[in-house]
Design a protein. Structure first.
Length: 175
């Protein structure tokens, strides 16, 4: 690889690190190309990407970023997963994929500057994702007005039931 190409790769990775919320390092040794492509497709579907680059280029790219603690883990075959949006979704995909494909080994991750080990990433994957949290929040926001409408509707409804009961009682008395 030419020096200019290496500089371009480092610059591209640095730009991705500048925007990323979560970075996960995995060891992909022994995985087939098709399974790696399958993982790449799953991650693409949730706005995340997996990159394979030389460890020295990755070290240069993460210098001066919150992801610098990952430099200690850059050994062997390393694949880097990055996301700019929801950090839970890629964690879920990677943990599930690693469970189904034991050749993918999660090394470590950094979330908002904090170093996470594989167990921490598994814990993160068990949290609800951003879309699930939005749905829960929407449900809570809709529950209050719905309950208020039911309370307001209950008073006239009970009055109608009372009038109906009085009417039925008077009809029975006249019969």
């Amino acid at each position: 690889m030419k020096r200019e190409d290496k500089a371009e790769v480092v610059q591209e990775l640095s730009a991705k690190f500048a925007k990323a919320k979560l970075a996960v390092l995995t060891d992909y040794r022994g995985m087939t190309v098709s399974s790696l492509q399958d993982l790449r497709g799953q991650l693409r579907g949730i706005a995340a990407e997996i990159k394979v680059a030389k460890n020295t280029l990755l070290r240069r790219a993460i210098q001066g970023t919150p992801f610098e603690p990952l430099s200690e883990q850059l050994q062997g075959n390393t694949a880097l997963t990055l996301t700019e949006l929801d950090p839970v979704a890629p964690a879920k995909v990677l943990v599930k994929f690693a469970k189904d494909n034991p050749k993918l080994v999660i090394k470590s991750a950094v979330l908002d500057g904090k170093l996470l080990n594989a167990e921490d990433l598994v814990s993160l994957s068990k949290l609800p994702g951003i879309n699930e949290l939005r749905a829960q929040l929407l449900g809570l926001m809709l529950a209050v007005p719905t309950g208020f409408v039911r309370v307001l509707n209950g008073v006239p409804q009970k009055a109608v039931y009372l009038l109906q009961a009085i009417k039925d009682q008077k009809e029975q008395a006249t019969n």
